[in-house]
Design a protein around this ligand. Sequence first.
Ligand code: PLP
Length: 379
Amino acid sequence: MIYVAKPIIESEEIAAVEEVLKTGMLAEGKISRAFEKQFSDYTGVKFSTVTSNGTTALHTALEAMDIKPGDEIITSPFTFIASANTIAMIGAVPVFVDIDPETYNIDPSLIEKAINEKTKAIMPIHIFGMPADMKQIMEIAEKHDLLVIEDACQAHGAEIDGKKVGSFGDAAAFSFYATKNMMTGEGGMISTNNEEIYDNAMMIKNHGRGKKGGYSHFRIGYNFRMLDMVSALGIVQLKRLPNVVKAQRKNASEFTKIVDDIEDLIPQKELDGMKSAYHVYAPILTSDRMTRDRILEKFREHNIGARSVYALPCHKQDTYLNISDWRWAEFVHYPDYSKLNLPHSERIGDLHFQIPSHASITDGERDQIISAIYDIFQV
Ligand SMILES: Cc1ncc(COP(=O)(O)O)c(C=O)c1O
């Protein structure tokens, strides 16, 4: 079976972790600082700091940007639920606007209509590794004096006009979950060019400790730290990242050549100047010749682990349909998410499917996927 993800764990990864284990110094320290520096250099930002995962990176960044209960954050619902949940965790309100049906990313032309006096920030998500339209988003943010936090959890190495995603907004969050472009099992990173956001994040993720460490604490914080053992793994994976992105882009371009020829399918669109990291390769179905379930079944018959990813956009999840049960609902006004009409998010949710495009698939496996596409759609 060719699965949709396969982490690269080779002798370098094992040696890097073993080396830290042998020192007995496992907790966040020097190696994490080195990882942060290398990640900042790669992403093209001034500051980065590690966290325990992408969710805690988003959560910490939002608090570090001084987002308060009741503040509204504009985002899109076709995503992993952590994007929206981190907003709700701190008592802020996710305001979902629809996606562009071609890029699956937030539609910039709908953002301004959602802005009111409570709006504090925009959270674009570079979904499946495809960069959101940061030029337009930053222009809107500037015009309305809003902060921007990029959810780059799927998009390490993606670029817009040669500039890496995660370097456009006021802050960005990355995930190193086991299936990501670079991975540490669990892990995360916050990147920013803003020293105050960085200083706040350093405190928030470490129980509000000051720069000198010790047992003096200055604000409420959490333990969202990363282990040095895990950062050591991150350093090795970061070195692999350019090749991983290259391989994923090559796989995606080979698939797109065929998908473009099939009437029933349209690939996710890469706008001019954008370079997706193709963390996920997911076209949409445009005919009702076969149901998506049947197509997924057929891929499985070819030993290919195809799947749908976000069949239910966030506003259709029980979490948001039952938001009145959430502890902040007593203090904060939430919209009635059940009344939201976001047709593109719902339609792409219904019609997309992922096929394996990760860097570990061999040329032979790529050919196997390509012939399965031919066979299933009989071109
Ligand atoms: C778009 C998006 N946001 C946030 C997250 C949360 O990251 P993590 O799973 O590392 O907490 C993920 C990861 O799965 C993601 O894909």
